[in-house]
Write a protein that binds this ligand. Structure first.
Ligand SMILES: Nc1ncnc2c1ncn2[C@@H]1O[C@H](COP(=O)(O)OP(=O)(O)OP(=O)(O)O)[C@@H](O)[C@H]1O
Ligand SMILES: [Mg+2]
Length: 561
């Protein structure tokens, strides 16, 4: 998904992210006001002092000394409170929004699932839920309000210095803000962006390689490839270190340039002030007030100049998230569609292709009635699993009809479809919960007796009883110790427990020995009268249980037997 979409510009990402603020925008406004007033209060402390000095030098200041002292103290105290409220507001928004965004992402995943979440995209989605969302915290808590605050505070200082002291000093301050807050970040951002992108690229690649090595450690040991892997890890680690150093170097240089620029503008303001006093265009007292105001006013623009490094990362995260939210599901769930109780399935003229080019299934026709076991055989990669997924509408068929009780699948309510049809896929995922919890996702209120019955049918009850806590054994506690066949049988037990009238079994016995297979097939045969079962398998022994068999060849289905 991410790689397909066109990149958005920074401004578009920012606008889209701000639009997500919604009703929280007024809290953001409060935070900005608090932050701006906070900075102004911070400047108020030295300014009150400067005014007191100016007054002592005979300048006409219509404020008493007592008031000026109270102003300094008041500003100091208020500064703290206002800063607190600003930070509180920003973080309140940020974390509230993160919760909302997570919710939106899970919502998006729910509709995209399962078709668009197969394979390679899984990793990037996990990254999104964990790190991208966290990165956006920086945007909401530490980006929008600093920019607004810098504009407001700088504007206020320019006007204050212009009115109270001199418009020349105000002009120097304005130039300083533009240089530090806009020009400098624009110059450095290109460089910082490039080094940031290289660093994150190396970081991601190092992490992926390292995690992959840990996951595949068994195969590394089996192939005696440890030394080679270690060398590669070291090489990549050195590369990462190099990129980190370069990035830190660039950031430090940009920071130093900013500080230097600030010092230069303060020096320029002071020099200009002295010249103005010399030329008798400004009194000494007002010069001191003006210069002190300029001195203390660079904080907000320095904060902005520190943003670009963070921002590129934030925009990349924001971009990925907007991509996911904009991603169209392969199929849209049917709400308020036709509900049904499975009696028969009829597939006619079904065509399907994943990418629009390679035809996987062509003109497929098949049917199944209640009480039948249908076998589907065919070589690996011929499209058997694909057919089962289409029967559950995980993907959109290209042409043809898939009709349940005579109603096309497109008109059937998605919930009703999932209630009537259950699939046991080739790989069963077990959650890190107890065996019983893992089974109950198929039927939340199932009694212990129901669990046991389903497990007996799937020929896994005896195995569960050998576990330390029986049905209450945590799957995580077993580590990877469940065999492929045990997992497969637990998947089958889920399907039996769910009790749907049409069960799709994708290689249900591929990892099971012949004794257990026999027991499972017997259970299937016993179920037969009440249900319909579509069974995909390579094994002829499994197919013995089928009433009718379809063979897949070149994307077409041929009935045999
Ligand atoms: N999500 C997908 N996107 C694109 N192509 C896919 C996708 N899933 C499967 N394919 C391709 O479609 C073809 C049919 O895959 P399918 O999984 O249906 O085969 P199968 O008959 O079940 O094979 P096996 O017996 O090995 O399980 C394969 O060439 C596979 O690579
Ligand atoms: Mg398959």
């Amino acid at each position: 998904m991410a790689e397909k979409s066109t990149r958005r510009s920074g401004a578009v990402i920012m606008a889209s992210l701000i639009a997500l603020l919604g009703s929280l925008a007024y809290i953001m406004l409060l935070a900005v006001i608090n932050g701006s007033l906070g900075f102004i209060c911070a400047m108020g402390v030295p300014l009150a002092g400067a005014m007191a000095i100016a007054k002592a030098m005979g300048e006409h200041i219509p404020l008493s000394y007592g008031f000026l002292i109270a102003l300094a103290v008041g500003c100091g105290v208020l500064r703290g409170l206002l800063r607190y409220f600003e930070q509180y507001g920003n973080h309140y928004i940020a974390f509230r929004l993160l919760a909302v965004l997570r919710d939106k992402i899970f919502g998006a995943l729910r509709t995209l699932c399962p078709a668009k979440l197969e394979g390679k995209q899984k990793g990037s989605i996990i990254a999104m839920i964990t790190s991208d969302i966290e990165t956006l915290e920086v945007f909401y808590a530490h980006t929008i309000s600093p920019i607004c605050i810098a504009v407001i505070v700088s504007g206020a200082v320019v006007i204050f210095v212009g009115v109270v002291s001199s418009w020349y000093l105000a002009l120097i301050a304005l130039l300083g803000y533009i240089a530090v807050g806009i020009v400098a970040p624009m110059i450095s951002s290109g460089k910082l962006k490039a080094s940031g992108v290289r660093y994150r690229g190396e970081f991601a690649s190092f992490n992926a390689y390292f995690l992959d090595s840990i996951k595949g450690i068994k195969d590394i040991v089996l192939n005696n490839a440890g030394e080679m892997r270690k060398e590669e890890v070291n090489r990549r680690s050195d590369l990462l270190l190099g990129e980190t150093k370069k990035m830190k170097h660039d950031i430090t240089r940009a920071g130093a340039a900013t500080e230097l620029m600030v010092s230069l503008f303060i020096f320029a303001a002071l020099t200009a002030g002295i010249i103005l006093v010399h030329m008798e265009m400004l009194s000494l007292g007002r010069m001191i007030i003006g210069v002190v105001a300029v001195f203390g006013s660079f904080g907000p623009v320095i904060a902005i100049s520190a943003l670009p490094g963070n921002l590129t990362q934030t925009f990349a995260s924001g971009d990925r998230m907007l991509d996911l939210l904009a991603e169209k599901p392969a199929v849209t769930p049917v709400e308020n569609g036709r509900k049904f109780h499975f009696e028969d399935l009829k597939v006619t003229g079904l065509d399907f292709s994943y990418d629009g080019d390679t035809q996987i299934l062509a003109d497929v026709c098949m049917h199944a009635r209640k009480g039948e076991i249908i076998g589907i055989v065919g070589e690996s990669g011929c499209g058997k699993s694909t057919l089962l997924k289409l029967l559950l509408r995980f993907w959109q068929k290209s042409h043809g009809q898939i009709a349940y009780n005579g109603t096309d699948i497109e008109q059937i309510d998605t919930d009703s479809l999932l209630d009537n049809v259950t699939m046991v896929s080739q790989v069963t995922y077990l959650f890190d919960e107890t065996i019983a919890d893992n089974l109950r996702i198929a039927k939340p209120g199932a009694t212990d007796a129901e669990l046991e019955e389903a497990c007996r049918m799937a020929s896994v009850h005896n195995f569960i009883m050998t576990l330390p806590d029986g049905y209450d054994t945590r799957v995580g506690a077993l580590g990877d110790n469940l065999s492929a066949g045990e997992k497969q049988r637990l998947g089958l037990a889920r399907a039996f427990l769910r009790g749907s009238d049409l069960i799709l079994l994708d290689e249900p016995t591929s990892n099971v020995d012949s004794i257990n297979e026999g027991m499972i097939l017997k259970a299937l045969r016993q179920q037969k009268n009440k249900k319909s079962i579509i069974l995909v398998s390579h094994r002829e022994s499994t197919m013995a249980v089928a009433d009718r068999i379809y063979r897949v060849k070149n994307g077409r289905l041929y009935e045999s037997k």
